[in-house]
Design a protein around this ligand. Structure first.
Ligand code: GTP
Ligand code: SPV
Ligand code: MN
Length: 613
């Protein structure tokens, strides 16, 4: 479709302005068809960026290798450009919006020379549903167009919903690598150097401007930029929640169903938990979403969640038939792989895939030939697949996708889980004593930084409140306030008992030999079962200064976990928690100044008192 055929005058004008600024060779409005997807892949094959995988082993699938500077989100280059710096808050990078637009306009000038500008109308949430949000992304990357086809609902059907004057979030994206006359990518992943990358959000005007990166959350703008950063601002204003959460459906042996969401930081286990195969007999887990949840109150006072996405952009390393068979099944065909290894027989490979690589040689994510590994482990820094290598696969290909996953009414949530990677201090599971106590605990969640972000802090524990540190589009102090308000609203409506119960989990506690004590993955079903029962006021528990924990015998031990291990997993490390709380008081909470809600200070005092009591 041509720009002149666009019926929405605001959209047409915006596209024409972008065209005048970025001066592409041509403009194409995407229709979202399968033929269009195939064309995008073909373009990237012809430019040497995509490798077609073996049609028998991995039908309809391709592998890309990105530039080493463009392998994950760039938090240092991500901006919340609100009018006032205080509205972005202490946890976000800020530049004055007028100044940032000036800087970026200079970068966008001529940035699409030699390329095609694609206009992608997309819907986060089922097309036309009341809960969905429409965005339009302009991009010069056919790789991004193909990924957006999988991750969102895209094309003409979205334009139909938009009509002649519907609201959309305008999203600019350019990889920042114009081509000279006759120049081709020739196998080189196009992007700008790190210091020229900008992932910018203008919360007041609901705009997204991204420049210089072609990878993941930096470039697929429906995901982190719209569905989390901009949506969190809308949610604050409109009284709902936009969260970095998986959504799962769990059925107990009696056939009773509950829905649970879980917020864990990037690469901390959401996809795996959402697709878990329970080791506990008779239990069943199905997937509604693996990364983002939008939740609104229903008339009955319960919170209902939808998954705004249509696919999975999942971490490849560590995924295998034992840890996540449902993900392995989901990526058997029609999948885009990025930064994985390429085997001699034309298939993908990564660390902890469950087996060595066939043949003599393998091509690593940088494109180098290496000896084919015999085992599925590689020394740190010498990985065949990048630690943040990802697969992009349609959610409908997942064997355990819940039948209600696209229901615009959403699913009623019984429990919220929060967690992260904590080698010490934080127990396997811990239920909050109240909504406020839960908000307090959510606000102090810490986790080791993972390869999902380009950072020199990988492996170090940092505070990542509600797993939203990189994704909250406004002042985090106000975000805490918003969570408190959700609880208060329910109380005022007499529906406080309908609020989800709040739990903290940690699959990543380590022993003195630096080994995980808890086997994780399918065995996490044992913890889910306790949580399920707690939601019904059952499940054996004990009150502690930090919250309500299972009694030592409440969770049946999996193979390989001794009685002493279980005691360690459920131990309340009073001295460790005193240090934790002291750090919150000295270093974490002061950052928020007077934006920190008084209720959280009260909770801080209360837990400190309990720990010293
Ligand atoms: P994002 O997509 O970045 O938001 O990540 P995510 O939270 O969906 O993380 P994911 O489930 O993809 O897991 C990331 C890594 O953690 C993978 O390498 C997993 O194998 C590993 N992992 C997931 N669950 C567990 C667990 O229960 N125990 C252990 N030890 N590792 C886990
Ligand atoms: C994350 O980092 O939390 C992701 C991957 O889910 S990305 O979409 O690249 O942000
Ligand atoms: Mn994520």
């Amino acid at each position: 479709m041509k720009v002149s055929e666009l019926k929405h005058s605001g959209l047409k004008k915006w596209v024409e302005e972008a065209q005048a600024l970025m001066t592409p060779d041509a403009v194409l409005v995407c229709d979202g068809s399968a033929a269009e997807y195939d064309r995008m892949i073909k373009i990237t094959i012809d430019s040497g960026l995509a490798t077609v995988l073996d049609e028998n082993k991995r039908p309809g699938s391709v592998l890309y290798r990105s530039d080493p500077s463009d392998v994950a989100r760039v938090e240092d280059r991500t901006y919340i450009a609100s009018k006032n710096k205080d509205d972005a808050g202490p946890t976000n990078n800020w530049i004055d919006p007028a100044e940032l637009k000036k800087t970026m306009s200079a970068l966008y000038k001529g940035s699409m020379k030699g390329r095609v500008m694609y206009v992608i109308p997309f819907s986060m949430g089922p097309v036309g549903s009341e809960i969905a949000k429409v965005g339009v992304q302009i991009t010069d990357s056919p790789y991004v167009v193909a990924n957006m086809h999988i991750m969102a609902r895209v094309g003409s059907k979205v334009l139909d919903v938009l009509g002649t004057d519907g609201f959309f979030v305008p999203c600019f994206h350019s990889v920042g690598k114009p081509l000279a006359a006759g120049e081709k990518d020739n196998g080189t992943w196009p992007c700008a150097p790190i210091s020229n990358k900008y992932i910018s959000h203008f919360p007041e005007t609901r705009e997204i401007w991204s420049y210089g990166s072609g990878y993941g959350g930096n470039a697929l703008l429906g995901k982190k930029c719209l569905a989390l950063r901009i949506a969190s601002v809308l949610a604050r204003d409109e009284g709902w929640l936009a969260e970095h959460m998986l959504i799962l459906k769990i059925t107990n042996p009696q056939g009773e169903v509950k829905y649970i969401t879980g917020a864990f930081p990037s690469a901390c286990g959401k996809t795996n938990l959402a697709m878990l195969i329970p080791t506990l007999p008779g239990w069943k887990v199905e997937t509604v979403g693996d990364d983002i949840a939008w939740m609104k109150f229903g008339k009955d006072g319960r919170l209902y969640a939808i998954n705004p996405e249509a696919g999975f952009f999942g971490v490849a390393p560590g995924t295998n038939n034992e840890s996540n068979r449902n993900a392995m099944e989901s990526i058997k065909k029609n999948t885009i792989f990025t930064n994985c290894g390429l085997t001699e027989d034309g298939d993908i490979w990564w660390e902890m895939i469950g087996h060595g690589a066939p043949g003599k040689e393998i091509i690593d994510w940088k494109g180098n030939r290496r000896p084919a590994p015999q085992s599925d482990k590689s020394p740190k820094g010498e990985e065949i697949a990048h630690p943040n290598a990802r697969f992009t696969a349609p959610a409908r290909q997942c064997p355990c996708i819940a039948k209600e996953w696209e229901d615009p009414a959403g699913v009623p949530i019984s429990a919220f889980l929060f967690g992260g990677r904590r080698p010490k201090t934080v127990p396997l599971v811990n239920q909050s004593k109240s909504w406020l106590h839960g908000v307090f605990m959510g606000s102090i969640v810490g986790s080791e930084v993972t390869a999902a972000v380009i950072s020199d802090q990988v492996g170090q524990v940092r505070r990542d409140p509600f797993a939203m540190l990189p994704f909250c589009g406004y002042n985090m102090g106000d975000y805490f306030k918003h969570w408190i308000k959700i609880g208060r609203t329910a109380e005022e409506n007499g529906t406080a008992d309908k609020l989800p119960k709040i739990f903290f989990v940690n699959w990543f506690r380590k022993n003195d030999e630096d080994k995980f004590i808890w086997p994780g993955y399918g065995e996490n079903s044992r913890v889910l079962a306790w949580i399920f029962d707690r939601c019904d006021g059952k499940g054996k528990s004990v009150d502690t200064p930090i919250g309500t924990l299972p009694t030592p015998d409440a969770i049946e031990r999996p193979a390989g976990v001794s009685e002493a291990d279980m005691a360690e997993l459920l131990r309340v490390d009073i001295e460790g928690w005193k240090k934790e709380i002291e750090d919150v008081r000295k270093n974490h909470y002061p950052k928020f100044g007077d934006r920190l809600p008084a209720e959280l200070k009260t909770e801080l005092d209360a837990i400190e008192k309990r720990l010293h009591g």
